[in-house]
Design a protein around this ligand. Structure first.
Ligand code: S3P
Length: 171
């Protein structure tokens, strides 16, 4: 089975759901942000602060490119990774890509404390979420599947993903 890759906006629960999904499937779980932090020894906000977003995006591209070909693995990606068209194309061709979709209202409430998320450190929080959402949503919707997560618990969402996985690989 190809890798299962979770994409979606910050705060939708990609890491929590990815970990639970991997446990249910007895797959390995990899989180692109955690790998970047392990490789550099620097946390994400500090990478942005000291080196800037472009540097972070370069690391993110390399990390995800290196792991996407693995099998029996669930990968959760940082919310902006798919905005690199080359990387998103690679994901779509090599993995089962699942978008965890949330309404803006859900995002507003989940992202109230954005200190660990440098992409949200730009003026008014809701306006920034709106701006990034409009920019990214059409790209997220190109995933193989989208699952609405609003009001659902982790087990429910994992159950829905397992149904998709059972249905078979769309590739
Ligand atoms: C980012 C999302 C973050 C992290 C970085 C940039 C983004 O990951 O990769 O802060 O551009 O949306 P999460 O989606 O796990 O918060």
């Amino acid at each position: 089975m190809n890798a299962i890759v979770l994409i979606g906006f910050m705060g939708v629960g990609k890491s929590t759901i990815g970990e639970a999904l991997a446990r249910r499937l007895s797959y390995d779980f990899l989180d692109s942000d955690t790998i970047i932090e392990d490789r550099t020894g620097i946390n994400i906000p500090d990478i942005f602060k000291s080196h800037g977003e472009e540097y972070f995006r370069g690391l993110e591209y390399e990390v995800i490119r290196d792991i996407v070909g693995r099998s029996r693995v669930v990968i959760s990606t940082g919310g902006g990774a798919i905005m690199n068209e080359r990387l998103f194309g690679l994901l779509l061709s090599r993995a089962l890509v699942i978008h965890l979709e949330a309404t803006k209202e859900t995002l507003y409430s989940r992202l109230e404390e954005p200190s660990s998320r440098p992409m949200l450190h730009h003026g008014n929080l809701r306006e920034r979420i709106d701006e990034l959402y409009e920019l990214r949503h059409p790209t997220y919707m190109r995933a193989h599947y989208s699952i609405k997560i609003d009001g659902k618990d982790v087990e429910e969402i994992v159950g829905e993903i397992l149904e998709l996985v059972k249905r078979g690989d769309p590739l």
